[in-house]
Design a protein around this ligand. Structure first.
Ligand code: TIU
Length: 233
């Protein structure tokens, strides 16, 4: 497969599809669906729901093209042994992590709310990485999974833009991965935080990575003429 070029900010993103993975971060019922933990925190989940449809299209294209797809889920062991007391206490919530919530125990592995939304359900062949923190590399085997497949390019989707997406992109950047964040496939409860997080990723010549709308990525993925893209840009 040839090198692909995506018109992106701050400049064109080039990637080798054979060394690229689609990362779908924390598209869990508890964050995305009305009636979940996200809403119980006082958030409006509509902007997160809006990211589901474009991510579905990208997921289908990635599967069709044979890109590695990796899903992540934020959550904890049922015995909460991996839940830092600081994280449990944060927010002084009436119902916090590990407590009964609208969709089962909040952010506990195996509970309904911890699961990935139906629209983006992982295939049995797709790795699902359970993570106790915000960054997807912290205390997980994500790096080992990517290294085993010689992955260098990460196409990043998921929620929320300024929390788990940004933490993951920063971690990935320090590990040598080239991240393209799809702006309509990431979302925040706070539109202004979403916008600023996007700006921070692509500022200073792409200090953490690149940003493009998913349609630009999809066009590049299906474009067989983007062979021979200069690798020096
Ligand atoms: N996945 C993720 O972003 N976890 C969060 O807790 N996000 C919030 O924005 N709260």
């Amino acid at each position: 497969m040839s090198t692909k070029l995506v018109p992106a900010e701050p400049y064109d993103y080039t990637f080798d599809p054979e060394r690229a993975a689609l990362l779908v971060i924390d598209m869990q019922r508890d964050f995305v669906y009305p009636g979940g933990f996200g809403e119980a925190l006082g958030n409006d989940t509509r902007s997160l729901l809006a990211a589901v449809a474009p991510t579905q299209v990208v997921l289908a294209a990635a599967r069709e093209t044979g890109l590695l797809v990796v899903h992540t889920r934020e959550g904890h062991r049922p015995d909460l042994a991996d839940l830092a007391p600081s994280k449990r206490a944060r927010g002084r919530l009436a119902a916090g992590i590990g407590d009964p919530g609208p969709m089962g125990r909040i952010l506990v592995r195996g509970e309904h709310g911890h699961g990935i939304v139906d629209e983006l359900a992982p295939l049995p062949s797709e790795p699902v990485v359970d993570k106790p923190g915000k960054g997807s590399f912290y205390a997980t085997d994500l790096d080992a999974i990517l290294q085993a497949k010689d992955i260098r390019y990460l196409i990043v989707t998921g929620v929320t833009t300024e929390v788990c997406v940004t933490s993951t992109v920063r971690e990935a950047n320090d590990r040598g991965y080239e991240c393209l964040v799809l702006s309509d496939c990431v979302a925040s409860y706070f539109p202004e935080f979403h916008q600023t997080a996007i700006e921070m990723i692509k500022a200073q010549g792409g200090i953490f990575g690149w940003v493009a709308p998913s349609e630009q990525f999809l066009a590049a993925l299906s474009d067989d003429t983007s062979a021979g893209v200069p690798s020096t840009t």
